[in-house]
Design a protein around this ligand. Structure first.
Ligand code: COA
Ligand code: MG
Length: 287
């Protein structure tokens, strides 16, 4: 299984950051062609990212690209530049719902064929909550498109669209509207059977805050998290990997049911174990 714990954004026009990101230990690098690249630099960024895809060196990380959204006119040229052998996935910002995944999939498919790639090799992820309309369409990702590999959410563009003066309270925690959206995004990803990826921790010097956030996030079911700085990767990778203790517990549950296949429920260490625990245990072992 491809690892998806840490997804590091790299501005698509920075050679220096690209080199640094490749050494960061991140599971996924997302070369950005959207908000971190100025309009005048879009072409230079497309060329740089296309070169990185074309290198096809052995990599420890998956190579994704965040394209520009469908509300502008840049998406097609982004896809023209980067759909080449070596590309693992495309992250779509500001989708309005499931139909945008199908639309992107169509645009990927023709270019995939033209590039001599196997149909379906380029996966899709979405930033599912960047507009208020999109929040009400979270259920529309079900049934999931076969290319949809992950769903994440964002609070910055949404706050701007809503007109919030801030999406955080004085203690630095998300305010209720953004907690609601986080929780809905998690459930939407689960409903679609795709990986829920938590949003970024913008204060990249605050590693203690990041760690606390990651623990709560993994507890709730997120399997990974966006990052914006290489310093965040170690914490993220550690927090989203199951601990030895969790793995041992999961193995005991799987083994106990294997040893007694007709049992619906079992007692272990004084706790009732039944089907949901078995599903959770298998999931832990899969991570
Ligand atoms: N990927 C790769 N390298 C990065 C990086 C990233 N996302 N963020 C920082 N670095 C590098 C810097 O270039 C710097 O390298 P150097 O030591 O060789 O000079 C080093 O890490 C330390 O960086 P630092 O000085 O702490 O931060 P900064 O002020 O240079 O950069 C940001 C801060 C926010 C501009 C930068 O982290 C960044 O570009 N993040 C990604 C932004 C993005 O893609 N946003 C879109 C999604 S929201
Ligand atoms: Mg944005």
């Amino acid at each position: 299984m491809t690892r998806m714990r840490s997804w590091l954004f790299v501005p698509g026009d920075s050679e220096k950051k690209a080199a640094k990101a490749a050494q960061s230990g991140a599971d996924v690098l997302i070369f950005d062609l959207e908000d971190s690249v100025a309009t005048a630099r879009k072409d230079a960024a497309r060329r740089m990212v296309a070169d990185i895809v074309a290198r096809r060196e052995t990599r420890e990380w998956s190579l994704w690209v965040r394209v520009n959204p469908f509300d502008g006119t840049l998406t097609a040229a982004d896809l023209d530049a980067v759909i080449r052998p070596g590309l693992d996935g495309v992250l779509l910002p500001k989708p309005e719902g499931g139909p945008d995944v199908a639309r992107l999939a169509d645009q990927i498919a023709s270019r995939e064929t033209a590039a001599g790639m196997n149909h379906g090799s380029v996966k899709i992820a979405v930033v599912a909550t960047e507009t208020p309309t999109a929040v009400f369409a979270l259920g529309s990702y079900v049934p999931a498109h076969s290319r949809l590999a992950a769903m994440t959410w964002g609070a910055e563009d949404l706050a701007a669209a809503v007109g919030a003066t801030s999406n955080r309270d004085d203690a630095g925690h998300f305010t209720p509207p953004y907690k609601l959206v986080r929780n809905l995004a998690l459930l939407a990803a689960a409903a679609a059977g795709t990986a829920p990826i938590d949003t970024l921790h913008a204060d990249f010097r605050d590693l203690a805050g990041l760690e606390a956030d990651c623990r709560a996030s993994r507890r709730d079911g997120f399997v990974g998290r966006l990052a914006i700085h290489p310093n965040q990767i170690e914490v993220i990778n550690r927090c989203y990997a199951p601990s030895e203790k969790e793995l041992a517990w999961a193995r005991r549950i799987v083994n106990a049911f294997a040893a007694d296949p007709t049992a619906g429920t079992l007692g272990m260490d004084g706790k009732m174990i039944d089907r949901p625990h078995l599903i959770a245990a298998r999931r832990t072992l899969n991570l």
